[in-house]
Each structure stands twice: as C-alpha cells, then as structure tokens.
Design a protein around this ligand. Structure first.
Ligand code: ADP
Length: 499
C-alpha cells in the first residue's frame, strides 16, 4: 500500500485548482482528455473563471471503463472485510483533508463554507467509514429447498459501476454511490457535474493514494458527450444517477437498451404540513432548515411547499421571514456568511423567472435577507430568499421543482384537503408533518406519498437512513445497508447435489 501521507493538505482552493485543472483521473493518474479539450469553470460569487476542466468524451470513457474492468477482478477476490477496511481508511484520510475539500467545493459551487460546505465534507468522510464497516454484511442465505441438496445464495459484485453526479452536494452524493459500490466489490467510473469538477476530483486523488489503481476513476465533461457514453458502454453493468428528471429519463432509456439496473434520484417538491396544534417555533426552525435557505434552496429534499393551517399562517410567515432575515448573504469563503450563491447563470436565470412569474400571478413575495453590498460580489449569482403567499393553487411555483431559495406557503383549513394537496404532485421524495397529535402524525406518515417522511423534524440525508423517492422522484435507495445489498450486488443461487 502506498504511503497514505504523501498528499499534503492544501487549504488554498485556487492552488488546488491549479494542480487539478484540465485533468481526469484514470487508472490512478491525472491525465488530460484524449481530445485535449477543456472548458471553463466559473466562481459563481464573482463570475471569474477559476480554471479549466477536462472535456471528456467516449474515448475517455472507454479508457476509464477498461481500467476499472481490469482492476475490479482482483478487488472482487479481496476478502470483503479487507475491502471494507480500505474504504474506512479512505474515510479517515478524507477527514484529514476536510477543510481543503470544504473550501474547494465552496469556491466552485458558491455554497457557504461554514453552514454548508464544511458540513458536506464531514458527511463525506463519515459515509466511507459507515460503509467500510458494513463489508461483513455482504452475506448470503441457506435455503430449506431439499434435504438432499445444499442450497445457498451469495452476493456477487456487478462489475463496473457508472455514477453520474450533480453539483449541489457533489462530494456527499458521490460518496453515497461509490462507497457501497466499492465495498461490494465493484469498480467505479464517476462523471462529475460540469459546474463542480474539482472537489470530487480531489476526493478521487486522495482515495487513489490507498486504493488499487483503476478502481476509482473520475471523468469530467458534459452530460450528452461524456455521461451518455458511460451509460452506454458495454462493460458498465450498473448506473447510478442523481440529477434532473429529464436527464434521468435519458439515462434510463440508454440503460434499458442494455437491460442493466439503474438507481435514479431525481429531485422533488417536498411538502411540509404544519397542523394547527404544531409547536410554531419548532416548525418555523424546521422550515428554515428544510428549505435549505443556507444552500440557496438547491436541495432535492427542500421543503418548498409549506402547507400551514390558516390559524397559524400569518404568524408562521412573519417568524420565518424574521429567521431568514437574520441569515447573512456574502462571500461563500467568508466565515461570517450563512448564504452563498446560486451555482450558475442558467440556474440564476431560471430561479429569477419563477420569482417573476409568481409576482405576475398575484402572489405576495416576502423578500428576506440582503444581497451583499461588496462591490467584488456585485455580479455574483445572489438571489434574495423569498417566501411566497397568495399564489393560485395551480401555480407552477407550487407544482414544479425550482431548486432555488423560493418557499411557497399555502394556507389550509382541513386535514383531508391538505393530505390530498400534498400528494397531488408528480414527485414523492420527502415530506414532513408538524403536530402534537399522535394519531394525526401516524395517519399522515402512512398516507403521504414520499420515500422519506419525518414528524416534527427536518433531517437531511445521513448514513444509515435509506433515502430515495417514489413516483418521478426516482428508483431505488441510497445511504443505507439496503442500498449496498440491493443496488450494488446481484444474488446468485447455488445448489449442491449431495447425493
Ligand atoms: P442540472 O439541470 O441540475 O444540472 P442535470 O440532470 O442536467 O441537472 O445534471 C446532473 C448530472 O447529469 C450532470 O453530471 C450532467 O452532466 C449529467 N447529465 C445531464 N444530461 C445527461 C444525459 N443526457 N446523459 C447522462 N448524463 C447527463
């Protein structure tokens, strides 16, 4: 095993970018794209170009998949607990590099360092430690089929896993894909998001210090040019994807041609129901956290449809606005900043067009906090958080995923009416209900059509909690033991004739 301490930590994110720019990581080495092409990565707080990243295509995919296929054979022969120990060791190494990773992801995504990026870097390391400890759970069964036969099952790795990740929590979402895949005996090829290629590449570089070369490869590039060839490659036996519904469907269609399994996490429009008997202050704190205002609302599970009993609505909006007003918008790398920027111009324009539409429809926009006054940040993608009330029931702001700091508060009178409204969505990722009444809580958790339902709290995705949606929010589970067993292995049935 190479000396784990060879890579020194580097807390200047710009110096790290200079080291990593224009490169994929294939077969243990930082290499440029086969075509030599690159594209710009922009700091969304200043609009300055941070650096270039490799513009991958089918040729890079082929090199990475071949390296992964070659490495996977010996990895699958390594005892499961040895694999687990190495993955847990990666977690410990990543913990040592936590600060530099947090700063790098803050620079490229605009997520505030203190409230968001450091939290992500912490969960990243924890995910590897968690899955490393689950290696001995890759067990089979014995089946009472016929006393004259010994019938058992075993969990076999799939082979090469292709993972396509988004920009909002790139390191953490990557970890929840590759940690279980690797522990289960697979090799991985990851395609990073166009907007956020560097922090995940650094994670890959750090892990490649201890993993056999070729086991974890990372490519950057555009979805259709680099993501699609990865899904389509004949040696990729499984694809795991997080992103938009539209891209998820494209991935699913390509995977269907090869009949390979896919895991899809495609976002949501998660309802939060505040009953008349709820603890108002706790519900308000839960809404502020659940909406991920500190991440500019750029979260799949954002509680962006908030149904509040009419008797509490005005007080709720007033308190929520006051809470968000207290959050400081500013330079993502500044310790004083609570809220950074939107990730890209495309998202910025999209979010602003939803806000304009809400106003045009007669909605009341309660604008919160203040965009930073600093001249250097004046061109940055800052959007003031907004709480909308009085929107028409069929407003696109209430039905569509905005992925921005836009919360829609809707008053309701009747429990049946609010359950029906909450379930009237193409999505089904997360939901919360706020009440002191046990029967209401139990009834709501049973009836809400979502994969992740909470009562009187709004936790984020964490190791050990199976995470995944129903309806168009996706297919399959992540972050748990079940995710590793069901989504990164196949079960083989083995029958010995003992006669
Ligand atoms: P967003 O709109 O939030 O950027 P996307 O779904 O477009 O979300 O992107 C999420 C990830 O999916 C990115 O890594 C992107 O490059 C990739 N991607 C986008 N389109 C495709 C596609 N047709 N095939 C494979 N990957 C894709």
């Amino acid at each position: 095993m190479p000396d784990a301490s060879t890579l020194v930590t580097q807390t200047d994110p710009r110096a790290l970018v200079r080291e990593l720019e224009g490169k994929h990581l294939i077969d243990g080495a930082l290499v440029p794209a086969a075509s030599g092409k690159t594209f710009d990565v922009v700091n969304p707080a200043t609009l300055q170009v941070i650096g270039q990243t490799a513009d991958g295509d089918a040729e890079d995919v082929a090199r990475a998949v071949e390296a992964a296929a070659a490495a996977q054979k010996a990895w699958a022969e390594t005892p499961a607990r040895e694999r687990g120990k190495l993955i847990a060791e990666c977690g410990r190494l990543l913990e040592q590099h936590k600060e530099e990773l947090a700063r790098l992801v803050a620079l490229e995504t605009g997520k505030a360092l203190r409230t968001e990026s450091r939290v992500e870097a912490g969960v990243l390391a924890d995910a590897f430690v968690f899955y490393g400890g689950l290696a001995s759970e890759l067990k089979g069964e014995s089946i009472p089929f016929n006393p004259k036969m010994l019938t058992v099952t075993s969990r076999e790795p799939i082979g090469v896993v292709g993972a396509i990740i988004p920009w909002n929590v790139p390191m953490m979402l990557m970890a929840f894909k590759i940690a279980p895949a690797l522990v289960a005996g697979n090799a991985v090829v990851v395609k990073s998001a166009e907007e956020a290629p560097y922090a995940v590449l650094r994670v890959c570089q750090i892990m490649n210090q201890v993993l056999p070369k070729g086991l974890f490869n990372l490519l950057s590039g555009f979805g259709p040019d680099c993501g699609q060839p990865l899904v389509a490659h004949p040696k990729v036996g499984k694809v795991t994807f997080t992103g938009s519904v539209e891209a998820g469907k494209a991935v699913y269609r390509t995977a269907a041609e090869k009949l390979i399994p896919v895991t899809l996490e495609l976002g949501g429009k998660s309802p939060m129901i505040v009953m008349a008997d709820a603890d108002l202050d706790k519900a308000v704190a839960g809404a502020a956290a659940g909406m991920r205002f500190t991440r500019q609302g750029q979260s799949c599970t954002a509680s962006s449809r908030i149904y509040v009993h009419r008797s509490l609505r005005d007080a709720f909006v007033e308190k929520l606005k006051a809470k968000v007003d207290d959050l400081v918008m500013g330079d993502p790398l500044d310790e004083a900043t609570d809220i950074g920027t939107i990730v890209s111009q495309q998202q910025f324009e999209r979010v602003k067009s939803y806000i304009a539409q809400g106003k045009a429809e007669g909605g009341t926009a309660h604008l919160c906090s203040q965009v930073p006054a600093d001249e250097a940040l004046s061109r940055g993608y800052y959007v003031q958080p907004v709480i909308f009330t009085d929107l028409p029931a069929d407003s696109r702001l209430i039905t569509e995923e905005i992925f921005g700091p836009v919360a829609c508060v809707v008053a309701f009178d009747d429990y049946e009416e609010v359950i029906a409204a909450a379930n009237d969505s193409v999505y089904g990722l997360a939901a919360t209900v706020w009440t002191r009444d046990l029967k209401t809580a139990l009834n709501a958790t049973k009836r809400l059509e979502a994969g992740f339902v909470q009562v009187n709290q709004n936790l984020v995705v964490l190791p050990n909690l199976s995470y995944g949606g129903v309806k168009q929010s996706g297919l399959g589970k992540e972050a748990s033991l079940e995710a590793m067993l069901e989504h990164f292995t196949h079960k083989k049935t083995i029958i010995f004739n003992m006669e």
